[in-house]
Design a protein. Structure first.
Length: 91
């Protein structure tokens, strides 16, 4: 988007970092501190992006595990609940 808008004072690496910040982090000031530690080198950007992706994958796995556990608990009582609802309709 920065490139398409004609912002010419930004390098491609700055555009990449700003895009990752916008999409994955919501653009916080903490990222400026992290990038300042490595002086914005390619290594610090690579570490930042890989850490963000690993964190997102970790959070997604926790969400999937919680959803799976809730589904398993609901499945245990599915037949009992079905029969109770069926009996309540008959009475």
């Amino acid at each position: 988007a920065f490139w398409a808008l004609g912002v010419e004072d930004m390098t491609k690496s700055e555009i990449f970092v700003n895009t990752v910040r916008f999409l994955l982090v919501g653009d916080g000031d903490g990222i400026d501190m992290v990038l300042a530690l490595g002086d914005g080198t390619v290594v610090s950007v690579l570490i930042l992006v890989s850490a963000l992706f690993l964190f997102c994958i970790w959070i997604m796995n926790l969400f999937i595990a919680g959803t799976d556990q809730a589904y398993e608990q609901a499945l245990e009582f599915a037949e009992t609940r079905f029969l109770q609802e069926r009996a309540s309709l008959c009475l």
